[in-house]
Design a protein around this ligand. Structure first.
Ligand code: ZN
Length: 323
């Protein structure tokens, strides 16, 4: 390979709290990384300036082939327009791809963070070698990504695979998205915490009450996890209910997409067997044909998933439209 041939890429992981940048090779090697706080409340020019600055810190001597960007919230992966941006209000309506292309003068591709995380697990992580993948990330929200025949499912507007907003209980809790009984309203980190607090407020016995010295605002998924491992009935019950909701969601995803593997990541996946055993049991019990039975596994990439997803997007971008 010629020395001048560019094989490096820039990966940008735009989060509500942090902006991470990395110089990567196409095999997934991260050669350099930098990060800064997002401070989305400071406005558009300030945030774009921080993105440019953090990217400059990892920029290679010869221009990289492309920049891949993973961004939170719904966006148009064909044009790079941001439809909604939690914690970065100034990005709403912005064509982020075009703005960054003007700054960097090389091709830029923008993808939803959960979608690009699915690409990362497919190319570099737990779903390597699989052509059909369902990916779920369970943390503050629940995001998803679907790969069908080695291609990310995007839909006509690029809004496909919002797996956290499928209804698993239409008589359930309203979700802030406008739908009712979404997976996210039942099994995201904040939902699990809220349900635990409500049950504690209702007077159920639990180790948690003394763990937080009576201050229920201190209840967290981590404390629930620890209490559950010590045999606390309430903690086990709250986690089990969330796992069952995820399990029924997964049954629907198996029926809808017929994947060869299901990968679950995000902070809530750290619950380990407390989450995965009920999810696997529900899936096994409720699939309508044994052919739907596939591995349901924990994600592999952990804290690098956002950067590797942005890299995977840059390597395999959807056809772009000008906007
Ligand atoms: Zn929802």
């Amino acid at each position: 390979m010629g020395a001048l041939m560019s094989t490096t890429y820039i990966a940008l992981d735009l989060g509500g709290t942090r902006v991470r940048a990395a110089r990567c090779r196409d095999d997934g090697t991260i050669e350099a990384r930098a990060e800064t706080f997002t401070h989305g409340e400071d406005g558009l020019d300030a945030v774009l300036g921080r993105i440019a600055n953090v990217t400059r810190q990892v920029w290679p001597g010869t221009p990289p082939a492309a920049v891949g960007v993973g961004a939170p919230g719904p966006l148009d992966p064909y044009t790079g327009e941001i439809f909604n941006a939690p914690n970065i209000p100034a990005f709403v309506g912005l064509n982020l791809r075009n703005r960054l292309r003007d700054i960097f003068q090389i091709p830029v591709y923008v993808g939803n963070d959960a979608n690009v995380a699915a690409l990362a697990e497919w190319r570099y992580g737990a779903a390597r070698g699989h052509s059909d993948v369902v990916y779920l990330t369970i943390s503050t929200g629940i995001g998803g990504g679907v790969i069908t025949d080695n291609k990310l499912l995007l839909g006509k507007s690029g809004l496909a695979a919002e797996l956290g907003h499928v209804t698993v209980n239409y008589q359930g809790r309203p979700d802030k998205c406008g739908n009712i009984g979404c997976l996210e309203a039942l099994a995201s980190g904040p939902a699990i915490r809220q349900i635990a607090i409500e049950r504690l407020e209702a007077g159920e016995a639990s180790l948690l009450r003394e763990r937080v010295a009576g201050d229920l605002s201190q209840v967290s998924v981590e404390l629930l996890h620890a209490a559950a491992r010590q045999g606390d009935a309430l903690a086990n019950s709250v986690i089990y209910d969330a796992a069952v909701a995820i399990g029924f969601g997964v049954v629907s995803f198996l029926h809808a997409f017929d994947p060869s593997i299901v990968v679950i990541g995000g902070g809530v996946s750290n619950l380990g067997s407390l989450l995965f055993e009920p999810v696997r049991a529900i899936a096994l019990k409720h699939i309508m044909d044994p052919r739907y039975q596939v591995p349901i596994v924990e994600a592999e990439l952990k804290e690098n998933v956002g950067l590797l997803g942005a890299l995977a997007l840059a390597l395999d971008p959807p056809a772009q439209r000008e906007a």
